[in-house]
Ligand binder design. Sequence first.
Ligand code: NAP
Length: 261
Amino acid sequence: MSNRPVSLVTGAGRGIGRGIAVELAKLGHALIINYAGNADAAEECLRQVRAEGGDGITVRADVSSTADREHLLQATLAAFGRIDLLVNNAGVAPDVRADLLEAGEDSFDRLVNINLKGPYFLTQRIARQMISQVQRGDRNDFGLPRIVTISSVSAYTASVNRGDYCVAKAGLAMMTKLFATRLAEFGINVYEVRPGVIATDMTEGVKEKYDRLIEQGAWPIRRWGVPSDIGRAVASIARGDFPYSTGEVINVDGGFHLRTL
Ligand code: NAP
């Protein structure tokens, strides 16, 4: 069994998830690098994790599937015997952006299953595992277990061409409050990290739109966010820098959430 902190990052093969995995590797974590289909990206992430001093395994699992979520936990326990940090990061954009008055149920079901139902029930399952670890006194250098969910400014920003995405992200914000409240008695702190616009495959198709918005000053820090911006926020939670905070939202958005006059 590893003496390293053991962190499960969903959707860690590419983009923000990889950025999180690499920052946790710098803290010496063992990573469970979950991915949905792109095995090459996950292997590349593992290579980068090892180059930064971490270690880990890659595990294919669709977070929207009950059986796959169980497989993810069992693969984690088989490799490392416990889990110290869950990072709910996996998520998708709508297949097509469609107006609120037209968008169909199939797109809604797919997106909400992956972006909300998946993390909700994965958190429930992992929380039970964490509670059993706490109750049997399985302490380690890392301290008590923690849970982080990557939401979005879409949790409170209305985009009428992707209502399903906004509704799912708003749901994740409440999910964080719920689990923070329920898990506090076990010493398990729960956080939401809320990214703004981050340069990944997800935003590649709308690059010009956001380039223009940044130029116009749509948010105070006039640049794209990068995956390591999110990774560093998660790493500070992983280090235990917020011991008297739970249910807390950390905006990593270049100041997008500020209202200005
Ligand atoms: P991305 O570059 O498209 O990467 C998505 C990752 O999630 C990939 O590793 C993918 O696996 C994985 N994934 C997709 N569906 C999955 C499923 N059903 N089960 C397990 N893994 C799955 O996206 P990203 O930009 O890094 O976004 C990561 C998270 O941040 C998402 O929750 C997104 O909503 C959120 N976010 C992104 C931005 C942004 O501007 N990029 C802003 C706010 C919030 P494969 O590689 O195998 O396909």
